[in-house]
Design a protein around this ligand. Structure first.
Ligand SMILES: Cc1cc2nc3c(=O)[nH]c(=O)nc-3n(C[C@H](O)[C@H](O)[C@H](O)COP(=O)(O)OP(=O)(O)OC[C@H]3O[C@@H](n4cnc5c(N)ncnc54)[C@H](O)[C@@H]3O)c2cc1C
Length: 326
């Protein structure tokens, strides 16, 4: 951890945080990325749908991203932020933030980029969680091609799950929609039936595994078993907020229980001066490409505002007759 005040601390070193840090480090900003090493897509074998990197294991992308940030002088620190809060400004009125890690290390920064991602909360179905990211998936663009033509089931979590079913129907003809007590009007049933999607209204008791630990299928409340190789399920997406309460960032609840995110404006600026947010922490549906792009945009915006602050400070120093700072 560098001594003194750094230009920017990035909290979270996934696609968003690392790309933000890359922009800042390449602009000769002193930047520290603090990352606890649990990116959202860690359970997946490979990342898909982002050109050039398609098929690369998620942890390999992070390894290369950290290396690239370090190549430009950026620091990437493995650790978990325990607290982050505004501190007393500098003598010339520039903002300051104090960030403490759970292991006791501390750093002071002029600006903060929050890129902590989100946590997927699965519906409470016995046996479901152990298959997350393998036999249990959420995103047709991330895993759909890999499970094409397989027997797939959609476990509904609300009326909007029909949309997920229609997307997965694009990938397989063998699709079962488990309504799980969610509303399904006659028109929607007819639309599903027209696409050959079978609907099951009997409640789901549990998800079962085969001898090798893979997903076997779904046991219904009446004892019937429906064999499935893959289950698709929408999660509730919760921005990760651990250690960030002191920043007092406003949050927003999205409709239909979809999730909770940090509110942000253009380029990830927030209502809290000096704090930006990027990636899944504020855009719950962003994939790796969109998260990286948001981080890059936030990094460039932070640099632009620091340039303005530095110029104001230089002007004030010049007015006092002081020599220009290096
Ligand atoms: C199973 C699965 C598979 C997926 N597959 C794909 C795919 O194939 N293609 C695709 O484009 N997208 C995929 N996604 C979506 C992808 O994971 C996200 O778009 C992406 O991870 C968002 O990047 P991020 O930087 O915002 O967050 P993350 O990648 O989640 O990174 C956030 C980082 O912040 C760290 N962090 C959080 N809190 C703290 C704290 N207090 N202190 C320090 N560090 C902290 C975490 O450890 C983590 O490393 C998948 C998602 C899942 C769940």
């Amino acid at each position: 951890m560098p001594d003194g005040t750094v230009d920017v601390v990035v909290i979270g070193g996934g696609a968003a945080g690392l790309n933000g840090a890359l922009m800042l480090a390449r602009s000769r900003r002193s930047v520290v990325v603090i990352d606890s090493g649990t990116p959202r897509n860690a359970p997946a074998d490979a990342m898909h749908g982002f050109i050039v990197l398609d098929g690369t294991p998620p942890l390999e992308i992070l390894r290369r991203g950290r290396e690239q940030v370090r190549r430009y002088g950026g620091h990437v620190v493995l650790g978990e932020v325990a607290s982050a809060e505004p501190a007393a400004p500098s003598a010339d009125g520039d903002l300051r933030f104090g960030i403490a890690l759970t292991d006791g290390r501390q750093v002071t920064a002029r600006r903060v980029l929050v890129a902590t991602g989100l946590r997927d909360v699965l519906p409470e179905v016995p046996g479901l969680a152990r298959h997350w990211g393998q036999g249990v998936v959420h995103c047709p663009y991330c895993h759909g091609w890999e499970v094409r033509d397989a027997p797939i089931g959609v476990l509904a979590t609300g009326p909007a799950s029909v949309h997920q079913a229609l997307l997965f129907r694009q990938l397989t003809e063998d699709l079962v929609y488990f309504t799980r007590g969610t509303a399904l009007d006659e028109d929607t049933r007819a639309r599903c039936a027209a696409r050959g999607i079978r609907t099951v209204d009997t409640p789901v008791r549990e998800v079962t595994s085969d001898e090798d630990g893979g997903l076997a299928g779904v046991r219904l409340a009446d004892g019937r078993f429906v064999a499935r190789r893959v289950l698709a399920v929408a999660t509730r997406m919760q921005a990760r907020t651990e250690g960030l309460a002191g920043l007092r960032l406003p949050m927003e609840e999205l409709p239909d229980g979809m999730g909770r995110r940090f509110a942000s404006g253009p380029a990830g600026a927030t209502e809290v001066p000096g704090v930006w947010v990027a990636g899944n922490a504020t855009e719950l549906t962003a994939q790796v490409g969109a998260s990286a792009a948001a981080g890059a945009l936030a990094g460039a915006h932070i640099n632009a505002l620091l340039v303005a602050a530095d110029t104001d400070a230089a002007l004030a120093a010049a007015a006092r007759g002081e020599a220009p700072a290096s």
